[in-house]
Ligand binder design. Sequence first.
Ligand code: ACO
Length: 426
Amino acid sequence: MDGAARLHYQGQELKLPMVEPTVGDWGIDISRLRADLGLITVDRGFGNTSQNPSSVSFVNGEQGTLSYRGYPIEELAGRVGFLEVAWLLLYGDLPSSSQLDRFEEEIRDFCDVAAYMETFLDAFPEASNPMTTLAAGVLSMVGRHPGASQTSKPEMWERATLILLAELPMLAALINRRCLGLAPIKIRTDLPYTARFYHTALAESESSPAPDPQRLAVLDMLELLHSDHGQNCSSSAVQLVGSGRASIFASIAAGINALSGPLHGGANQRVLGMLQEIQEEGGDVAQALDRAKDRSDPFRLMGFGHRVYRNYDPRARIIKEAAAEVLAGLGTEDPLLQLAQELESAALADEYFEKRMLYPNVDFYSGFLYRALGFPTEMFTVLFAIGRLPGWLSHWREMASDPKSRIFRPRQVYVGQTERRLEDRP
Ligand code: ACO
C-alpha cells in the first residue's frame, strides 16, 4: 500500500495523498479532486478543512488541550510573560533574555503615537464601537507606514510586526480612556510592555504610579492565554485577506473585524450582559438553559460551546480559577461570578449540553477578570485582540513565507438560476 486514501466515483479511482501531522488529525490532500474527477468538496464552516499546514499552535479538541509551539499553555501561564510568548509564536522558540530585551526595545521605539492617535480618534463619534475604531486605527497604519505595508518585501514583515505590537495596544489604551471619559495622557514609554498598556489605558495622569504588579500579572496572563488558537475564525480572516497579498495592517484589521462577532471574540462582552439579565429576571438558571435549548429562541448560552473543543476549554479552566482567586485577593466580590458557576454546573449536568459536548469556552469567565482590572465591558473584545495579535502575525507570516501558499479562493456549488434570456422576462 502507498498510504494514500482512495476515492471511487463512477468507475474511476482517485488516489488522495495523506498529509502527516506531528500530532493530531491526518489530512487528505484533495487538491486533484476537481482536475481528475470534476468534483469539489462541500464543507460548511470549514469543519473538516485545513488550508495550510501550521506549526504555531495545536488544539486537541477531544482532550481539551492547547499548546503553543509544543508548550502546553499550563506550562506557560504565570511562568513566562506575554511578550516571551509573542516571540515564541513568531519565531518558534522562547527568547533568551538578551533577545527579549532587544525585542522590548525595538517595540518601544514605535510606541510614542499618542499625538497622532488622539487626532485620529477625534474623527470618531463618541458612541463608536471600540472594535470598529481599533480596526480603523490599524488600517490607518498603512498610510503612516507605507514601507512596512509592502508585502513583497519579507524584511518589511519584521518592521510591520514591531509597529503593530507597539501601536495596537497604545491605540486600544487610548480608546479605553475615551470609553471611560478619561483625559488624554502622555504614553509612559519607560514602562515595560503590559505595564505601558495598563498605565496608558487607566492611569489618572502620566505621573500616576506604575500599575500594581499583581494586577499586571493577571492581565499579562490573560493576554498570554488569548495569544493563539490555531485556525480560528479571525486567524483565518487574517490569512484570507493576506493571501491576496494585502498588507499586514489590512490583514490584521480584517482579523479584528472577524473577532468582533458575538460567535467569536465578541462573546466575552455578552457573557456578563447575559448573566445580568438572568439575575434581573430572578436568577432562574433552569429557565435560562431552557431558552438556550429552544430552537425557536435565538438565545444561546454565551461563552459556551466551541467548534473544536469536545471537552473543557483549557483556557477557561485557568481563567475560572484565576477569577475566583483574584477577586478574593482584591477583596472584590462579583455577585455574577456565583451565578456563572451555577449556570456552568447546571449546563454540564444537562443532557442537551452533555450530548453536544458543550463546555465553557475562553470567554465565559474572562470578563470577570477584565472587570476586576478596571476595564469597561465594551473593551473586553479589544483586550482579546491585543492578546491575539501575536498569533495573527505568526499565521500571516507562516502563510506568506510558505512557497506553496496560494490565494484563498473557495469553489462553489452553484444552486441558482440556469441561463436565462431577456426575452423570457415575465
Ligand atoms: N448554547 C446553546 N446551544 C448551543 C450552543 C450554545 N452556546 N453552542 C452550540 N449549541 C448547539 C447548537 O444549537 C447545535 O445544536 P444542534 O446539533 O441541535 O443543531 C450544536 O450545539 C452544535 O453547535 P453549532 O452551532 O453547530 O457549533 P459550531 O461549531 O458551528 O459553533 C460556536 C460554535 C459558534 C462557538 C457556538 O458554540 C456558539 O454559538 N457559542 C456561543 C457563542 C460563544 O461563546 N462564542 C465564543 C467561542 S470561543 C471563541 O471564538 C473565542
